[in-house]
Structures are given as structure tokens and as C-alpha cells.
Design a protein around this ligand. Structure first.
Ligand code: GUN
Length: 285
């Protein structure tokens, strides 16, 4: 049997329509949601992500401010800009695109962002709040995955969930969210002894490894939900995920494609966090 496709473009379009309505209502009341994006250096993939984030804002009626710095920028300049944006009441979200050039201390840059404006959810305090079940900005990619599972009424309580990858951006927060939703979660990584043992018993398998077509159909339990977080560029220029879609879709019950799966949901959740932040700010005034 061939798996059903979980269409991230369609779900994103629906959610972004709702967000645009919320943004318009806030704007009418004098608070237009505003996201500030900082891009340092010339990484081509980062430039594409930032362009898509800015375009997503524009379409949803969210104001965006873009600040670009050269590869050899001084960390003090970037920290100065973050301080300025933290103090600006018209800015509701601040995002520093990662990765940063090697001479930057990523942690100190992320922690310079006000936790009230940390719409990426990368600040250690937001991560800690998330881990304790307190209200926090949730990192966009895993939050987008949870929305996709919700849209399909995937039952999480008691489910075996296996996450491949332990990054701060995806794997770790993904595991926290699935745990909070009642799943039994296993996090696999490069040191995992028998990866297939784990993946083959997963009701929900999340691949966030960064290796093209790494998860093949023989690693998937029949009927499983397969979520592909990878975005890899092949030598022919085409995009592919961390899952070998062709073989996995013959085994899975539900599967996300690349492109058109988790990718658009990441930006949708960034817009959602920005609108949420603007809403909180409007309530305070
Ligand atoms: N680099 C890769 N993914 C992300 C993301 O979600 N946010 C930021 N700021 N940088 C990234």
C-alpha cells in the first residue's frame, strides 16, 4: 500500500490565511506585527531561508525588517543591533539566522535576544521553559511538525516516537514536544548502536539528520507516520529530504514530502510566533 501524503503546503496555506486575519486585526488596532531578521555572512542557503521568511511576512501582513552583515562583521555590531531591537516596542520578533560565522559565539548572540521577542525559541530560558511545560516560544520546525500531526489526528498518547537527530533546533525540542504529548520517545543519533532496531518499531519516525535519503523503506514499520525534516541539495540541484521517499512511501501509512512538507510549516510557525508576540504586546498597552 502506498502512504498518504501529508501536504505541508496545503496546511500552511490554511494556517497562514488565519494568521493574516489575526495580523490585520492587530494592525487595525494599532499594532502591526513586526519581525526583525538578522543575516550575517553570505551562506547561500541562509539567504534563501531569509528571503522566504521575509516574503512569508509580507504575504501575511506582518512587517519585516532585514539587517544584513558581511561575513567579517564584528559580533559587537550585531549585539548592538539586537539591543536596539530589544528596546524597540514596535518590534515583536527577533531572529538571527544560523549558522553564524565561526568567530561568533552563537550562544551569547542567541541569549542577547529578549525572551519576549525570541520567536525562534532558541534562548536557553525559552528552552528551559519548554522542557518544564511552561509557556514559551516553541522552535518553529518541531512546532510545525506537531501541527502537522494534529491536522491528521495522529494519536500521540502511548505512541512509540523515534527522532533521529539531537540538534538544538530540531531533535531535542521535537523530543520534548512529543514527550509532553504523551508519546514514548527515543532520540537516536550518530552514536546509536542499532538504528534500524529503533526505527522499525516507531509509530512515528522523525528524520532530522541532514543526510540525503538516509532513511530507507526497510527501516520503516508498516503503516508508520514518517516525518522528513531534512532539506538537502543533490548534485543535480534538486532538493531531497533525509528520507528515501520512493521506498519509504511503499511502507509508511502517512509521509511528508520534500519539498512541500515540513519546510513551509517552519516559516508558518515563525509567523505564528510573531503574531502571538504582537498580541501579547498589544494586551500590555
Ligand atoms: N538555521 C536553520 N534553521 C533555522 C531556524 O529555524 N532559525 C534560524 N534562526 N536559523 C536557522
Amino acid at each position: 500500500m502506498t502512504a498518504r501524503i501529508l501536504d505541508g503546503n496545503a496546511l500552511s496555506a490554511k494556517l497562514r490565511g488565519e494568521l493574516a486575519e489575526k495580523a490585520a486585526a492587530l494592525t487595525a488596532r494599532g499594532t502591526q506585527p513586526c519581525l526583525a531578521v538578522i543575516l550575517v555572512g553570505g551562506d547561500p542557503a541562509s539567504a534563501v531561508y531569509v528571503r522566504n521568511k521575509v516574503a512569508g511576512c509580507e504575504k501575511a501582513g506582518i512587517k519585516s525588517l532585514k539587517f544584513e552583515y558581511p561575513q567579517d562583521a564584528s559580533p559587537a555590531d550585531v549585539l548592538g543591533k539586537i539591543a536596539e531591537l530589544n528596546a524597540d516596542p514596535a518590534v515583536h520578533g527577533i531572529l538571527v539566522q544560523l549558522p553564524l560565522p565561526k568567530h561568533f559565539d552563537e550562544k551569547s548572540v542567541l541569549e542577547a535576544i529578549s525572551i519576549q521577542k525570541d520567536v525562534d525559541g532558541f534562548h536557553a530560558e525559552n528552552v528551559g521553559r519548554l522542557s518544564q511545560g511552561q509557556e514559551a516560544f516553541v522552535p518553529c520546525t518541531p512546532n510545525g511538525v506537531m501541527e502537522m500531526l494534529k491536522s491528521e489526528n495522529v494519536s500521540l498518547r502511548g505512541a512509540e516516537a523515534v527522532v533521529i537527530g539531537r540538534s538544538n533546533i530540531v531533535g531535542k525540542p521535537m523530543a520534548m514536544l512529543l514527550t509532553a504529548a504523551g508519546a514514548t520517545v527515543t532520540v537516536c543519533h550518530s552514536g546509536t548502536r542499532d538504528l534500524n532496531f529503533h526505527t522499525r518499531r516507531a509509530d512515528i519516525l522523525v528524520a532530522a539528520i541532514g543526510k540525503p535519503k538516509f532513511v530507507t523503506g526497510d527501516m520503516v514499520m508498516p503503516g508508520a507516520v514518517v516525518i522528513d525534516v531534512g532539506i538537502n541539495r543533490l548534485p543535480d540541484g534538486k532538493l531531497c529530504g533525509d528520507v528515501d521517499f520512493e521506498s519509504a512511501k511503499e511502507v509508511a501509512g502517512l509521509i511528508t514530502p520534500v519539498p512541500g512538507g515540513v519546510g513551509p510549516m517552519t516559516i508558518t510557525m515563525l509567523l505564528a510566533n510573531t503574531v502571538e508576540s504582537a498580541q501579547r504586546s498589544a494586551q500590555k498597552t
